[in-house]
Structure formats: structure tokens, C-alpha cells
Design a protein around this ligand. Structure first.
Ligand code: ADP
Ligand code: F6P
Length: 320
């Protein structure tokens, strides 16, 4: 394979730049031509491709976001959009594509490879860590560390005022950010979409904790597990404690990638290009038990949820 392209799609994640850099430098090492697609599938449909060289990816390894930009592109879910993307690749003589993004991005990769026979290697990159076939996605670790920074600050002030804090973090279908930040930050309660919770019980337990002299409680809520303001109101009514809500928002999606995400990005990016070089079948790349793995897009779609219930239980035993 002589000519390939790389794009980032869906929500940006810290480590995407490090991953693009790995793809570009590996491709150049194999003497391939490498193109960058601007704005994910949206730019691919419009033929927004630029030739990249080793200097194009200088000075980006430590930067959050993605220098290729990203987008959500509903048109790509239709046959017409896919066809336009395939035509753009063909016009540039591109034989293989590396896509870096979340579950939607990998679904798009499956369609493009199955319907138009293009070799597409998928790299999981999303702060949500919501792809069940891989232990980790690029961006998750950095995002959790950013949430931890917020937890540390919230603890200082809530502890001083004897308050209950409710911190909403991202994760519509997956509670991993809340779970890992909760365990590492010592939050008393972790509310996630995967596990039902009982606000009566939580409120009663908060009330009891105050009676035994505890001065503050912190709840971490994954955004998909309920409405933060509603939950705070209920807990206030039932426990009598004042609850302060913080919605952390997009701060947790930016920032310089941490070591784990940079190394993961390097391993994934290298593997994706190596597979294209070997003319391997289209697939998604992941990590399991610290080994880089490849998984068919069929398996990606079928992988059962692997929410770590044991860690969730440990969180509530250690932190109450
Ligand atoms: P992420 O990749 O972070 O999960 P999205 O879910 O927004 O983000 O998906 C990114 C893009 O992938 C979408 O804007 C769309 O272009 C494409 N995509 C999402 N779902 C599908 C699908 N079912 N089939 C084809 N393409 C899809
Ligand atoms: O998929 C990543 C993510 O940050 C989710 O955690 C969040 O729900 C969503 O994207 C927010 O999307 P947007 O930036 O388009 O509002």
C-alpha cells in the first residue's frame, strides 16, 4: 500500500494529536504517502485532504484537541455520504484509511469498509471509555485526571463548609469516568447509568454520616445517570443537607494528554499503519491486558458491556 489517510472524528479526546503523529511518522517510515483529512467524515465527504510530512506533526504530541479538527457528520450514516467519501479517497488514489474516534466513528468505519471495500483501521479515542472490546480508549486517562483535579479543589471547599457536593461528569451511556474518578478521588457515592441507585438510601446514609461527625460528602454523577439539579433537590429534601452542584462540562475533554494516553496513542497509531502495510483486513485496534489487539468491526458492535461492578462495589466500601 503506497498512499493512506488519517482523520479524527466525533468528540475530540486528549491524545488524538499524539495518535495522528504516530500514524504519520509510521507511514513515512514505511515510505507511504500520508494525507490528513480535515474535520473527520464531514471533511472526507467534501474532499478536504492535505498531504502531511514529518514536520506537519512537530510540536503536537503534548497538545489536547486535534489539529486535524473533528466533526459529527450525520450525512455519513447514509449511502450517499459514504459514496462521496469513497469517491474522495479514490480521487486522491488513497488505498487505506486510519480513523481515530469513538463508537460512532468505528460504526462509520465498518460501513465504509463493508460497502465500498476500503481498508479502514479504527483507533478507539474518546474520553468516555465506552467501547467494550478494549480495556482503554485514548483520552480516558487524561480526562479522569482532569476530573480528579476538580475533585481535589471541591473537597477543599466542601470540607470547610460541611457541604454535600454533587459533581456531574461526562458519560451518557458509560459510567467509567465517574467510576474511576470516584475511586481515585474518594467520592462517597458514584452514580452511573449501568447500575440503579436509590436516592432514599443515599439521603438516609448522608444524614447518618453527619450524625456520626462526618463533615462532607461527595457524589460523582455520570451525565447519563440522571439530572444533577433534580437529584440535588431530592437529596436536600430528604437529608436536610445543603447540596452544591458542579457541572464540569467540556473542561474534562481538553488539556495536555497524560503519559498513559500518549503511549497508548503511539502503540495504536503504529499498529494501524503496520496493518495497512500488511494489507490486513479492516478492523478496530484495542488493548487488552496491556497487549495491543485487533478486533473485527462485527465483534466491536457485539461486545457486551464490561462495566466493572467489582470496582463500583469497592468504591462504596472504601469511601463511605
Ligand atoms: P464518537 O465517534 O465520538 O462516538 P459520534 O457518535 O458523533 O462520535 O460519531 C462520529 C461520527 O461517526 C458521526 O458524526 C457520523 O459521521 C459517524 N457515525 C456515527 N454513527 C454511525 C453509523 N451508525 N453509521 C455510519 N456512521 C456513523
Ligand atoms: O463522546 C464524548 C462526549 O464528550 C460525551 O462524554 C458527551 O456526552 C458528548 O461528547 C458531548 O458532546 P458535545 O461536545 O457535542 O456536546
Amino acid at each position: 500500500m503506497d498512499r493512506i489517510a488519517v482523520l479524527t472524528s466525533g468528540g475530540d479526546a486528549p491524545g488524538m494529536n499524539a495518535c495522528i503523529r504516530a500514524v504519520v511518522r509510521t507511514a513515512l517510515n514505511y515510505k507511504m504517502d500520508i494525507y490528513g483529512v480535515n474535520r473527520g467524515y464531514a471533511g472526507l465527504i467534501k474532499g478536504e485532504l492535505t498531504r502531511l510530512n514529518t514536520r506537519s506533526v512537530s510540536g503536537i504530541i503534548h497538545k489536547g484537541g486535534t489539529f486535524l479538527n473533528t466533526a459529527r457528520c450525520p450525512e455519513f450514516k447514509d449511502e450517499e455520504g459514504l459514496k462521496m467519501a469513497a469517491e474522495a479517497l479514490s480521487a486522491y488514489g488513497i488505498e487505506g484509511l486510519v480513523v481515530i474516534g469513538g463508537d460512532g466513528t468505528l460504526r462509520g468505519a465498518k460501513d465504509l469498509s463493508e460497502k465500498f471495500g476500503i481498508k479502514v483501521m479504527g483507533i478507539p479515542a474518546t474520553i468516555d471509555n465506552d467501547l467494550a472490546y478494549t480495556d482503554y480508549t485514548v483520552g480516558f486517562d487524561t480526562s479522569v485526571n482532569t476530573v480528579l483535579w476538580a475533585i481535589n479543589n471541591l473537597r477543599d471547599t466542601f470540607h470547610s463548609h460541611d457541604r454535600v457536593g454533587l459533581l456531574e461528569v461526562m458519560g451518557r451511556n458509560c459510567g467509567d469516568i465517574a467510576l474511576y474518578a470516584g475511586v481515585a478521588g474518594g467520592a462517597e457515592y458514584v452514580l452511573v447509568p449501568e447500575i440503579p441507585y436509590d436516592l432514599d438510601k443515599i439521603s438516609a446514609s448522608i444524614k447518618k454520616s453527619y450524625l456520626r461527625g462526618k463533615t462532607s460528602n461527595l457524589l460523582i454523577l455520570a451525565e447519563g445517570a440522571g439530572d444533577a439539579d433534580e437529584i440535588a433537590k431530592i437529596i436536600e429534601q430528604k437529608s436536610g443537607a445543603g447540596v452544591k452542584v458542579t457541572k464540569f462540562g467540556h473542561i474534562q475533554r481538553g488539556g495536555s494528554p497524560q503519559m498513559f494516553d500518549r503511549v497508548l496513542a503511539a502503540r495504536f497509531g503504529y499498529k494501524a499503519v503496520e496493518l495497512l502495510m500488511q494489507d490486513a483486513d479492516s478492523c478496530a485496534i484495542g488493548i487488552r491486558d496491556n497487549k495491543v489487539i485487533t478486533v473485527s468491526y462485527e465483534e466491536v458492535a457485539k461486545a457486551p458491556s464490561r462495566f466493572d461492578k467489582r470496582l463500583y462495589d469497592i468504591a462504596h466500601i472504601l469511601n463511605l
